[in-house]
Design a protein around this ligand. Structure first.
Ligand code: KMT
Ligand code: NI
Length: 176
């Protein structure tokens, strides 16, 4: 997993790396409540999921063709994944194939930290953290999404989600 500050250039393709020389360590991510791991075997993911009492999961394939012939559905998925949002439950993402970018807000809430996730990479996002997701220019990811509860599937966008109870608990947790 490669982790760095996003260059904050929103005028060019979001699927480009937007890389800077400001790298971010796994320890720094941990301070934001985000846990990063790498597992080559699915059994290790299953073990982590059961240790953390996860009850459900699904598998998503995101490519320009995966939502049918109508590319508009794919485009709208990418748009909604890239809108800054939070969820009310902790969620695990595990990359089975391909690659994708998860952006999470740093402690200042004004800068994005970008994590490039490739096959075998796993990220645990705490409830309440603002994040967004996109594909690399390869346009291809297969991911496992694991949920602690039955998935609510709801994304709460910023700024409407400011003041959300899970958001407030998260901010308290990371001490900002
Ligand atoms: C999320 O939480 O934003 C997502 O699940 C994005 C797609 S999962 C590869
Ligand atoms: Ni999300």
């Amino acid at each position: 997993m490669k982790i760095y500050y996003h260059d904050d250039d929103n005028t060019t393709d979001k699927q480009l790396p937007h890389e800077t020389s400001e790298t971010v360590s796994v320890e720094e991510l941990k301070k934001l409540g985000v846990l990063a791991y790498h597992y080559d075997n699915l059994e290790d993911v299953d073990k982590l999921a059961s240790e953390r009492s996860y009850v459900s999961r699904d598998e998503v394939l995101i490519t320009p063709e995966s939502f049918g012939a109508d590319r508009a559905i794919y485009e709208s998925k990418l748009t909604s994944f890239y809108a800054e949002h939070l969820h009310e439950d902790e969620e695990i993402r595990y990359i089975l194939d391909g690659a994708g970018y998860f952006d999470v807000r740093d402690a200042s809430q004004s800068r994005w930290i970008r994590a490039l996730l490739e096959k075998g990479d796993l990220l645990i996002l705490p409830a309440g953290i603002y994040h967004r997701f996109t594909l690399t220019t390869e346009n291809n990811v297969k991911a496992l999404r694991l949920f602690r509860e039955e998935p609510k599937w709801i994304a709460y966008n910023r700024p409407e989600a400011d003041g959300n109870v899970y958001r407030n608990e998260y901010l308290k947790e990371i001490g900002v």
